[in-house]
Design a binder for this molecule. Structure first.
Ligand code: NAD
Length: 475
């Protein structure tokens, strides 16, 4: 199990920020083609050390190796491909049209890097989130200061080591500041933009710190994915999606299925199949490619799991599974049948292997329950009628909506990823996921006549004013 590391002191963070700023001045001069080549070279260098990385993440988080390779490594590769392919198009200069009275001038918009970007990241995807956000930030011409979770420091340091070892980026362009929350707060004092992924409580602190310094911040916070199952849902796929969507990464996924709202016509069958599929999941005493379940990465998350299960039992739910082993940091997958909206497990993010299931009389009732509360990250609807599914999807107050699918948006780099309501501010990925790491600079070039003042400058006169007013009507 990983232990939190000693906090880097404030002076060291400041020094790193200074080094990053100097490196960014060099990186700024690289053409986009050179940046793309460097980032692809970094990926090749990471791939060469793939086995070491898989073992390291396994030790640090207890993730099943197959799960780490498909959910983190493969998706990081997809994102890297997406961003390196779209960077030229998204970040290129673009001409701006001017009104005809300015026909002797030329205008365009260019994208200028923000400078040093601070990434503050959680423990659940210790490789994917830091790499996935560093790639667009770097391609856009920035330096990156990464403050990883104190529970997954070694994975972040591996990334820093590979950046150095590949020798393709200026020294100091990507650096890791290790430690707990106080180090994150320190990093925010030096950066020009913050991208935070984590809990809503910390997100609020980050937003306040960013407001204090007037720097932009993007917040990617928690969710409460509601899976709405209509009577005509493809039940086989829906049940397997619920099981994978909840128990992958032992439930420590922000877009993971946190609630199943199932139409009463299929509730019994859904529950029966769910219990059978869940019972088939394979934990493993030691890391193996045949292992389905890992462990809880952050020990305090077990308290949330236990609290939610106790509350659900007290309020009349039938709970299957949910045995906690505090020594090994494991929880057997827990199903909470006959859940009710007032239960904690239906309202607060559990972020653990607990899946509540609730019967509903109508899909519309499920949509109301799905939208209740402040979460708005992911939600899904399940039906064979895809048109109706899309109509229902449009009624969900979530940044990420799927019909008959789960946990898929992150892998599609062209899709903006983020939450509505209390689940976040801004979006990563998509074109704006690159553009946000720059500021637009609008440029006007007066071309001709070279040495003649414009007519609207001093001295003013009635004739000039009227002529301008008249001309602007045709502009
Ligand atoms: P957390 O908020 O406890 O910590 C996140 C990071 O913030 C850590 O690196 C932590 O050290 C740092 N931090 C703590 N206090 C800080 C402060 N005052 N200033 C700056 N940084 C500070 O979250 P966590 O427990 O690591 O992660 C779990 C949460 O992350 C869940 O709620 C989950 O839903 C969310 N999450 C969201 C997404 C998304 O994309 N929306 C993805 C993964 C996880």
């Amino acid at each position: 199990m990983a232990a939190p590391v000693k906090d880097m002191d404030a002076g060291e963070v400041a020094q790193r920020a200074e080094r990053a700023r100097a490196a960014q001045k060099v990186w700024l001069r690289y053409t986009m083609t050179q940046r793309v080549r460097a980032i692809r070279g970094l990926w090749a260098s990471l791939a060469r050390e793939r086995e070491r990385l898989v073992a390291l993440v396994g030790e640090e988080t207890g993730k099943p190796p197959a799960e780490f390779e498909s959910m983190e490594l493969a998706v990081a590769g997809l994102l890297l491909n997406h961003f390196t392919r779209s960077a030229h198009r998204v970040l290129q200069e673009r001409a701006a049209a001017l009104p005809w009275i300015l026909l002797n001038k030329r205008a365009y918009v260019r994208r200028v890097p923000r400078g040093v970007v601070g990434l503050v990241t959680p423990w659940n995807m210790p490789f994917l989130i830091p790499l996935g956000d560093s790639v667009p930030a770097l391609l856009a011409g920035n330096a990156v200061l990464l403050k990883p979770s104190e529970w997954t420091t070694r994975t972040a340091l591996f990334l820093e080591e590979r950046v150095r070892a590949c020798g393709l980026l200026p020294e100091g362009l990507f650096q890791v500041c290790v430690g707990a929350g106080a180090v994150g707060a320190e990093v925010l004092k030096h950066v020009d933009m913050a991208v935070f992924t984590g809990s809503a409580a910390t997100g609020r602190k980050v937003a306040l710190a960013a407001a204090e310094r007037l720097i932009p911040c993007v917040l990617e916070l928690g969710g409460k994915h509601a899976m709405v199952v209509a009577p005509d849902a493809p039940l086989g796929r829906a049940v397997k999606a619920a099981v994978w969507g909840r128990f992958a990464n032992s439930g420590q996924v922000c877009v993971g299925v946190e609630r199943c709202l199932v139409h009463e016509d299929v509730y019994g069958e859904f529950c029966r199949r769910l219990e059978k599929e869940t019972a088939a999941l394979r934990p493993a005493p030691a890391a193996s490619y045949d292992q389905d379940l890992g462990r809880i990465i952050f020990p305090a998350q077990l308290d949330v799991v236990e609290r939610h299960l106790a509350d659900a039992r007290e309020k009349g739910a039938r709970v299957v599974g949910g045995e906690v082993d505090r020594e090994r940091l494991t929880v057997t997958p827990a199903l909470v049948f006959d859940a009710k909206p007032e239960m904690q497990v239906m309202r607060e993010e559990t972020f653990g292997p607990v899946l509540p299931v609730m019967p509903v009389r109508r899909v519309e009732e499920a949509l109301v329950i799905a939208n209740a509360g402040r979460h708005g990250l992911a939600a899904s609807v399940w039906t064979r009628d895809l048109d109706r599914g899309e109509e229902w999807g449009a009624l969900l107050e979530s940044g990420l909506v799927s019909v008959n699918d789960v946990l898929i948006h992150y892998a599609a780099g062209a899709l903006p990823f983020g939450g509505m309501k209390g689940s976040g501010l801004g979006r990563r990925h998509g074109d704006q996921g690159l553009a946000m790491f720059t500021q637009e600079q609008s440029v006007v070039v007066h071309e001709w006549p070279a040495d003649v003042p414009d007519p609207w400058w001093f001295p003013y006169s009635r004739l000039k004013a009227r002529a301008m007013a008249w001309l602007s009507r045709f502009a």
